[in-house]
Design a protein around this ligand. Structure first.
Ligand code: SAM
Length: 227
């Protein structure tokens, strides 16, 4: 019988042969990206590959992910929905507003979103939050994984528009999207400074850790708005 260990609300470590990060499948019987389904006493878990997901990697790197069953999440950089599907499992009574600007990825993503009532797909540029302000409500968490040179700016613009006062930002910063020549350490220092100072009140950085061994040259950041 597989062993289940809760890590935080809606997130589990399931041990069957090996330890695997998992969420409860909100769409039983369905696989999204080739992950495994593991049933234990009538409950179906979906394994979560940290090498395919910055958020999965952050959880394994002991980030204190502030996700609850009823959280409202703004997810920037949905691609075809690999990670969004796990967020949707976790916030089973909440909502995920998921922004993606590539029509090809969005086509695949719509298939997933149509099966899950808590995903709201938005075809838009995350750098222009005004264009989706009529759809998104104030959120408890912004998760961002856009791999763009202006990652910090996109995060601050969206936070200023949608983040609740006591909300959190979880951000994946890809060094090579910003500068291919400079050292990742220097780039990360600059980006963190931007988050702290870019706008009023600015972010307080709670955790900043590299995402090795799951993702090379990526920094994960958990931040909240300064009081
Ligand atoms: N978060 C996804 C996952 O874990 O399944 C992977 C995201 S992938 C690294 C980055 C995605 O961000 C790409 O699909 C890209 O098209 C999208 N993207 C980049 N810049 C964007 C922008 N300004 N607005 C919306 N989407 C953007």
């Amino acid at each position: 019988m597989p062993e289940i260990r809760p890590l935080s609300e809606g997130i589990f470590e399931v041990t069957k042969d090996k330890k695997q990060l998992s969420t409860l499948n909100l769409d039983p019987g369905k696989v999204v990206y080739g992950e495994k389904l593991i049933s234990v006493e009538g409950t179906e878990y979906r394994t979560w590959d940290p090498r395919r997901s910055k958020l999965g990697a952050m959880i394994l790197k002991k980030f204190d992910t502030p996700l609850k069953r009823d959280s409202k999440v703004l997810y920037l950089g949905a691609a075809s929905g690999t990670t969004v599907s796990h967020v949707s499992d976790i916030v089973s009574e909440g909502a995920v507003y998921a922004v993606e600007f590539a029509p090809r990825s969005m086509r695949d993503f719509i298939g997933l979103a149509s099966r899950r009532k808590n995903i709201f797909p938005i075809l838009a540029d995350a750098g222009k939050p005004d264009s989706y302000a009529h759809i998104v409500e104030p959120v408890d968490l912004i998760f961002q994984d856009v791999a763009q040179p202006n990652q910090a700016e996109i995060a601050t613009r969206n936070a200023a528009r949608f983040l609740k006062k006591d909300g959190y930002l979880l951000l994946s910063i890809k060094a090579r999207s910003i500068d291919t020549a400079a050292s990742p350490k220097e780039i990360f220092k600059e980006e963190v400074k931007k988050l702290e100072q870019a706008f009023e009140p600015g972010f307080e950085i709670l955790t900043a850790r590299d995402l090795m061994p799951y993702h090379e040259d990526h920094l994960g950041v958990l931040a909240k708005l300064k009081a």
